[in-house]
Design a protein around this ligand. Structure first.
Ligand code: HEC
Length: 152
């Protein structure tokens, strides 16, 4: 397990890279809160999507995110219980200051749209990740996040 200073250095490196390459100097944000009914979207509870979603998570997210709320944070906040949480609402993680000011709620439709082109929707969030172009990958990933959170 890397020491705190090592982790901080790695984060600085990653965020520095992202700022240089992902246009983090923009300040425009195009999304607002979206209301969602209490009933989860049908695909979220589809057990068939768990395995493919876990695969997407492993290859595209797990380098920086954990699904375990009790596990120390990686480069990014843990994503346990993400769906329906307000942006930057994960306890114990210090988000970029601009991101803390946003009023986005991570509802299913917001996440589906954001995951397609993260930088375009939330320019201030310096997450060095370019997006999941396939709708099927995004739905499977969200189903995995939903079901892995529910299981706890
Ligand atoms: C290279 C590292 C990296 C990768 C890969 C990555 N993220 Fe992130 N993510 C971050 C960082 C760093 C933050 C915090 C950004 C900030 O504070 O501005 C973040 C923030 C987030 C947030 C906001 C959390 C909250 O509580 O508001 C979500 C949601 C998220 N990431 C989802 C994902 C998903 C889903 C994937 C995979 C498809 C992914 N990320 C891939 C580094 C990464």
């Amino acid at each position: 397990m890397a020491g705190d200073w090592q982790r901080a250095a790695a984060v600085t490196l990653i965020l520095g890279w992202s700022m240089a390459s992902a246009g983090c100097t923009q300040t425009e944000t195009v999304a607002g809160p979206v209301a969602e009914s209490a009933v989860p979207a049908k695909f979220l509870t589809d057990p068939e999507l768990f395995a493919p979603g876990a695969k997407v998570f492993k290859y595209r997210c797990a380098a920086c995110h954990s699904m375990d709320a009790n596990k120390s944070q990686f480069f990014g906040p843990h994503l346990d219980g993400l769906i329906q949480r307000k942006i930057a609402g994960t306890p114990g993680y210090t988000f970029t200051e601009e991101v803390q000011q946003l009023s986005i709620v991570w509802t299913t439709p917001v996440l589906l749209e954001w995951l397609e082109r993260p930088q375009q929707m939330v320019a201030d969030m310096c997450m060095p990740f370019t997006g999941l172009p396939k709708q099927a990958d995004r739905e499977a990933l969200l189903a995995y996040i939903y079901q892995a959170s529910e299981a706890k």
